[in-house]
Write a protein that binds this ligand. Structure first.
Ligand SMILES: *[C@@H]1O[C@H](CO)[C@@H](O)[C@H](O)[C@H]1NC(C)=O
Ligand SMILES: *[C@@H]1O[C@H](CO)[C@@H](O)[C@H](O)[C@H]1NC(C)=O
Ligand SMILES: *[C@@H]1O[C@H](CO)[C@@H](O)[C@H](O)[C@H]1NC(C)=O
Ligand SMILES: *[C@@H]1O[C@H](CO)[C@@H](O)[C@H](O)[C@H]1NC(C)=O
Ligand SMILES: *[C@@H]1O[C@H](CO)[C@@H](O)[C@H](O)[C@H]1NC(C)=O
Ligand SMILES: *[C@@H]1O[C@H](CO)[C@@H](O)[C@H](O)[C@H]1NC(C)=O
Length: 425
């Protein structure tokens, strides 16, 4: 009897691991998060994820522009053509009856926008059709939300239009409202942009959901339901277990979790700033000029957590100090470069640990969050880089590679960001 049960159990387990159900329903307030290059993603490409990483520069330039650094003059990857769009997608149901879209998550943006039917230049064949939704409503110029949209303007038909750039791309959209259903939660009259014109290659195909903290973001619009609290666990690109999750609202959030204060920059209201006070390599706190880490709302300087950048970018003096100490501690091997990474080693070497020291919280990165392994050439690289030298950047970005397989809690009411290890791959 017992052995039968055991065999049944084992075969169930085998079945479970072999048949991946990409459409499995999300639980209440807990959405499944997919890596854009995972087996469940329609956007999966044959190019290995690691190989596409070398293209992450555009995102960084874009964030630097958001942070207000030489705002109008930052060359947002113009003409480069190689632009990275956000890495993680969730299923959102929009309208009545619901139209399913796989939208990209972006914790550094407020607005949400979706490619709508009739869009010129949208790459997706999946478009949202407002005319098929009984709950859809186009917002007029005088709607209060219109003032919150980026570069709003009043169109000939008195609706609220806006233009914005995103990475190397540009969109033209109009503000609309409809019912948004996430897992089993219903958010009525959710305001988002319906894209009618797009150019460039860095737009997520089926749209974007901003999880920033500014007025037009999901977080602000679902204030009653989620109370500006959410957490996520990002799986890596090889993920086949699909337990990546976006958990919205204060319910079921980790209680025992290390936290650091969230900082608010009134001039850049969407970004989640924290206070990075130092970086340790092995047991040595590296010597980084205070100004390279200091938070300064006036210049946009400081450190943010971002889900859309792939690997961590530090301002040059900080990166150079970390890298030099890292190299010094790798014995009997010389570093080589690969694409955007300048600290790569072949074969098996012993790497030092790296710890981000935030105010009140130290986070030591496990090897999977520290090193990127190239498919070609047997190389392992330190998955961090300096801000591109052509921008006078002051922003440090803790990126998704460094967050994978951790639960990151954003708790705005208590002004804190928490982090704890969790396997969600
Ligand atoms: C967006 O920009 C284009 C080109 O500059 C302009 O023709 C259009 O009117 C703008 N639309 C909105 C809604 O601002
Ligand atoms: C949504 O908008 C409609 C139309 O303006 C309004 O009648 C309805 O009360 C709104 N619902 C909620 C929950 O705000
Ligand atoms: C999937 O999860 C199981 C149990 O949690 C784990 O043993 C396995 O290594 C995971 N598979 C992958 C590919 O991560
Ligand atoms: C590293 O480079 C130095 C200088 O070129 C060389 O003398 C040394 O042998 C190299 N070490 C290894 C392990 O390749
Ligand atoms: C990669 O490096 C390891 C350790 O030095 C070695 O055993 C292995 O053969 C190498 N693989 C390739 C494909 O070069
Ligand atoms: C973080 O690490 C530093 C240096 O090792 C130590 O002095 C500090 O107390 C630690 N902070 C926390 C919150 O554990």
């Amino acid at each position: 009897m017992r052995s039968h049960l055991l065999i049944l159990l084992i075969s169930l387990l085998i079945l479970k691991s072999e048949s991946i159900n990409c459409n499995e329903k999300s639980h209440s307030s807990d959405l499944r998060v997919f890596h854009i290059n995972s087996q469940c993603s329609p956007f999966k490409t044959s190019v290995s994820w690691e190989d596409t990483l070398l293209q992450d520069k555009a995102r960084f330039l874009y964030l630097s522009s958001l942070a207000g650094v030489r705002k109008s003059s930052v060359p947002i990857a113009s003409g480069r053509g190689i632009v990275q769009s956000p890495t993680y997608i969730v299923r959102a149901n929009i309208g009545t009856p619901a139209q399913a879209m796989l939208v990209a998550l972006d914790t550094s943006n407020d607005a949400a926008w979706i490619p709508c039917s009739g869009c010129v230049g949208c790459s997706s064949s999946v478009l949202f059709d407002p005319s098929k939704s009984s709950s859809s409503r186009t917002l007029q110029c005088e709607a209060p939300q219109c003032k919150q949209a980026p570069n709003p303007s009043c169109t000939a038909s008195k609706t609220c239009g806006f233009n914005m750039t995103y990475g190397g791309s540009a969109i033209e959209a109009y503000l609309t409202q409809d019912t948004l259903t996430l897992a089993t939660d219903v958010i009525p009259n959710y305001t988002f942009g319906c894209i009618n014109k797009a150019s460039g290659t860095s737009l997520p195909a089926q749209g974007l959901m901003g999880l920033g903290r500014g007025p037009l973001s999901l977080i602000s619009q679902s204030q009653n339901l989620y109370q500006s609290t959410f957490s996520y666990c990002l799986p890596n690109s090889k993920s086949s277990n699909f337990s990546g999750s976006l958990r919205l609202g204060p319910k079921n959030q980790p209680i025992r979790i290390k936290t650091t204060p969230l900082l608010k920059n009134p001039r850049r209201s969407s970004l989640y700033y924290v206070n990075l006070v130092g970086i340790r390599v092995g047991n040595k706190i590296v010597d980084i000029p205070t100004s390279a880490l200091a938070f300064d709302p006036a210049t946009g300087a400081g450190t943010i957590f971002d889900s859309g950048t792939v690997y961590t970018r530090l301002v040059e003096p900080a990166y150079v100090a970390v890298r030099n100490e890292f190299r010094r501690r790798v014995k009997n091997a010389n570093a080589t470069s690969l694409g955007g990474f300048d600290t790569c080693y072949s074969g098996s070497v012993v790497f030092p640990s790296v710890t981000f020291m935030f105010a009140g919280m130290n986070v030591t990165l496990p090897p999977d969050n520290l090193l990127i392994h190239s498919s070609a050439g047997n190389l392992s690289c330190l998955a961090m880089a300096a801000a591109p030298t052509n921008v006078n950047s002051v922003l440090n970005v803790i990126a998704s590679m460094q967050q994978q397989n951790h639960r990151v809690l954003i708790d705005v009411p208590n002004s804190r960001l928490g982090i704890s290890r969790e396997t969600c791959t």
